[in-house]
Design a protein around this ligand. Sequence first.
Ligand SMILES: Cc1cc2nc3c(=O)[nH]c(=O)nc-3n(C[C@H](O)[C@H](O)[C@H](O)COP(=O)(O)OP(=O)(O)OC[C@H]3O[C@@H](n4cnc5c(N)ncnc54)[C@H](O)[C@@H]3O)c2cc1C
Length: 561
Amino acid sequence: MTAQEWPQAPFTQAAPPLGNQYRDDRLLRSWLRRALAPDVARSIEAELDELGAVAGGELYSLQIADRLNEPVLKQWDAWGNRVDEVEVSPLWREAERLAVKHGLVATAYERALGRFARLAQFAKVYLFHPSSDGYTCPLAMSDGAARTLLESGNRALIDRAVPHLLSRDLARFWTSGQWMTESIGGADVGHSETLAVSDGRQWRLYGRKWFTSAVSSQMALTLARPQGNPSGGQGLATFYLEVRDAGGQLNGIRVDRLQDKLGTRKVPTAELTLDGTQAQLVGQSTDGTRAIEPMLAVTRLWNSVCAVSCMRRGLALARAYAAQREAFGRPLLNLPLHADTLAGLEAETWGAFLMTFLLVELNGRADCGEIDEEQRALLRLLTPLTKLVTGRQAVSVVSEALESLGGAGYLEDTGLPQLLRDTQALPIRDGTTNVLSLDALLRSDLDEGLAALMGRASACLRAVSEPRLAAAARQAVAAMERAALWLGSGQDPQVLQAGARRLALTLARSLQLALLCEHAQWLIDRERDGRGMAAALRFSWLPVDLMHQVDPALDRQLLGD
Ligand SMILES: Cc1cc2nc3c(=O)[nH]c(=O)nc-3n(C[C@H](O)[C@H](O)[C@H](O)COP(=O)(O)OP(=O)(O)OC[C@H]3O[C@@H](n4cnc5c(N)ncnc54)[C@H](O)[C@@H]3O)c2cc1C
């Protein structure tokens, strides 16, 4: 080739555009039309449209531009004073402004929306999260702290903190941390070493917290062992603390360092030393970890919504790219194998979405007391199941979406590597897959939960009339029945524990399939839309029933030296 033969303008690939993330999301919109009362749907439509435009527009552009900014810990001032100030990224400051403006925490507590308040809140969170660089992390914990304090009935703490957590005024708005994990134990938090000492008037905490996300928050709920209490989880208690006093001085806290994490790098996650930190009991000094449980239920719900929204973002980019990138003379979208790959991701995302928003709906009912016993049992079992299955689906879908952009997906400035790294935090924090599988398996109300789950899947089966959907819904119910049979067949406890993850994933995936069939039928009947059926059938061809027999003795042999 001679110099004259080089093209004048070499080819450059256009970036995949992100449009209005609300208008482009047909699943979200169809679900809201189905689940919300029409007046509530009308009242939030304009705000969702605005957030969808911001999330796919200005905030997304700012996120890409802000890529290299990370929080900075300044431990000392010029005069040798320990200050431990954390400077967050510019995008985080904008994300905070938007979160307060749109009431991403407050909406859940607006009683005018009744049982739809949680749906309205999480439709917004779902749009906002992937462009927020993880600002949803402190929001989740703030929501969890508000719920925990309200359920505690501790009037002084409710009056002090909740108005800040629910504020729509930036100057008054607070976020909360959740300081549980210590080096000695995250899953096994009962080993916590932090000590709480009372002089009769004031509690003070002494210990080290190993993973404290969003250390930029104004307050935290934390676990400590009141002096003299027994060891184990039963001996712990939940404490409320404010990070700084009115003069801006740290409350007996040293920020030892910000952690060097794989992802969520915009979230300042710190290792802290508590050295005489003034704190107040949320409940009783003998409550164990009970008082902080509402926090965990809420953060697991946020985790699930964030997982689905990461899946949606990965797919939005993958789809936009496939429509404009050409290979072998055709857009990628028209290549049968590429289309097959994306269709599988779309079906996973639909399944995860429907399960997550069922959990959101149940939380909305519980918050305003419009929930019956069966729904309550379903809510309790779905909380760990949804969190664990969506975390895994999100990592797998986002990784595949990244690959679907080829080498471009591996380039940092497309935003996809960060999306994948951030997504990888979701199966770990707020309880790992294994820990939540055991949580589901070992709960004392498992029988009620299982009965409610099977009741919900059977209702889906009854709701479908289209023969192929009915066959898929029967497949879902059969997988659930097989899982329940295994559970009830008097297995050795070791075998039960070893199978807990397979059980949890089978229950979760069969529910997703049943919900897909139900929504697909609704879309056909009400909107003459066949996309739901395509998603349901596609999902039914993916692995749903993961139960199979294993031999723990063989596994030990495999893992041995
Ligand atoms: C990005 C990020 C942010 C975080 N933010 C916070 C925060 O703000 N506040 C906070 O308190 N914590 C936070 N964490 C910590 C997180 O909650 C813990 O890392 C998590 O609970 C696991 O605890 P661990 O790290 O001690 O792991 P371990 O408990 O040591 O577990 C190690 C592995 O063993 C498995 N395992 C443990 N027990 C069992 C069992 N009985 N059966 C089978 N498998 C088991 C686990 O699944 C895991 O894979 C954060 C973590 C991450 C990654």
